[in-house]
Design a binder for this molecule. Structure first.
Ligand code: S3P
Length: 433
């Protein structure tokens, strides 16, 4: 499917973007190894989450997807059974890395694979520490998937992560549940802490002291009822569109975990009209209504410890930067090169096709604004966040913009096109098959 987008000068509305993908993966996994039923409300319908769900089903976990909630019949910490076939993680790095951690401690054989993109992504970051714990993991050369895992009782280790990665941290936290004593994980920079919050919520014993996490061998823990906040990474596309053209939009009950909110922080600091209202705690995560109005923030610089707190939002922040008066700079973001595609290259190439002035550097981008964007035919690189960022760029470009292979949007945000049509008007966004 291709998306055809026309310029839209004004949006308004009040909407929810759907459940958080990161948290949904973790709830599914913890629900599977809990004792008894876990119910997940506001479950993310992202294709990535269905990859995790199907892998868990292949290991004998009964999961019912209802209208209101997903119900998982947890089998306890030792209840997973050997899958009869290869586990397909699709496009989902979170599925593959978290499950590698979980499977390292299961006393059976399993194989994890994924699509073309996932089979190119670096897995050494999880394989290396898990091998130190005694896991038997084989891979293609350069530590690429498919990965085959012969799980066993693991040895506890003390490990400092060489890259700031919540996926690797979470994989080791899951593996730590199957180790012979306390596993100590140290983070170089704080990354999203959803796994820690859920360990707490499910009463799984661990300690977090500054940047160190101590995980204890698992004792059984009961299933829980969880309400997932709406996904700030999905909201990000509308936050940027709002700053560019909104009379006023309200993005309801969105997760505002500080370790995910780098985008709000940097935009507010630079003068964007964003207000958080009705801030409250929903289960184990903070949520708020995000109100965005058209405004003219100054150009921004993103680097250092801010990067992991907005890593997934960089493509859409680059779109915004093309419209700001002056030079925006993004550094220390080399991780973007090993996401679903090389996001530094992809966003730079495609926005420059639309008339932006962006320079690619090793670890980021330099964006000179403001640029008058003009419609063109763009590639999605089969990367959901590139496709959605380009769709927003298309809405502010003159003429028509076409985004090829836009089905990938369903990987993280299947509601995206419908919400866009609602806030802009159907005539501005058309699917072409
Ligand atoms: C995620 C962590 C981040 C993020 C990804 C989801 C998670 O990846 O980019 O979209 O759910 O833990 P890294 O851990 O590779 O930084």
């Amino acid at each position: 499917m291709n998306l055809c987008i026309k310029r839209c000068n004004r949006i308004t509305g009040e909407f929810s973007v759907g459940g958080d993908k990161s948290i949904t993966h973790r709830c599914l996994i913890l629900g599977a190894i809990a004792d008894g039923e876990t119910k997940i409300y506001n479950f993310s319908h992202a294709e990535d989450c269905f990859s995790t769900l199907k892998c868990l089903k292949s290991m004998g976990i009964e999961i019912y997807v209802g209208k209101e909630c997903v119900s998982i019949k947890g089998k306890g910490v030792s209840g997973l059974k050997e899958p009869e076939d290869v586990l397909n993680c699709g496009n989902s790095g979170t599925t593959m890395r978290l499950l590698t951690g979980l499977l390292a401690g299961q006393e059976f054989y399993s194989v994890l694979t994924g699509d073309d993109s996932l089979r190119r992504r670096p897995m050494k970051r999880v394989i290396a520490p898990l091998r130190m714990m005694g896991a038997e993991i084989r891979s293609r050369k350069n530590s690429l998937a498919p990965l085959s895992i012969t799980g066993k009782k693991l040895k506890a280790i003390e490990y400092k992560l060489p890259v700031a990665s919540a996926q690797v941290k979470s994989a080791l936290m899951l593996a730590g549940l199957y180790a012979d004593s306390e596993t100590i994980i140290e983070e170089p920079i704080f990354t999203r802490d959803h796994t820690e919050r859920l360990f707490d919520f499910f009463n799984i014993k661990f300690i977090k002291k500054e940047n160190k996490i101590i995980v204890y061998p698992a004792k059984n823990f009961p299933g829980r009822v969880v309400q997932i906040p709406n996904d700030i990474s999905s909201a990000a596309f509308f936050i940027v569109l709002g700053i560019l053209v909104a009379e006023k939009i309200v993005i309801k009950e969105t997760g505002v975990n500080q370790l995910r909110c780098g985008i709000i922080e940097v935009l507010k600091e630079n003068g964007a009209d964003i207000t958080l209202t009705d801030i409250k705690q929903s289960f184990n995560e903070p949520i708020a209504d995000i109100i965005v109005k058209k405004s003219e923030p100054s150009p921004f610089t993103i680097s250092g410890s801010l990067v992991p707190r907005l890593i997934d939002e960089i493509p859409i922040l680059v779109v915004l930067a093309t419209q700001l008066k002056g030079r925006s700079v993004i550094r220390n973001a080399e991780e973007l090169r090993v996401k679903e595609t090389d996001r530094i290259k992809a966003i730079c190439n495609e926005l420059n096709k639309l008339g932006a002035d962006i320079e690619e550097i090793d670890d980021g981008l330099i964006i000179n604004g403001p640029a008058k964007l003009k419609g063109a035919v763009c590639e999605s690189y089969n990367d959901h966040r590139i496709a959605m960022a380009l769709a927003i760029a298309g809405l502010i470009a003159e003429g028509e913009t076409v985004i090829k292979n836009a089905d990938c949007i369903n990987i993280s945000f299947p509601e995206f096109i419908n919400i866009l049509s609602e806030v802009c008007g159907e005539e501005y966004i058309q699917r072409k098959y």
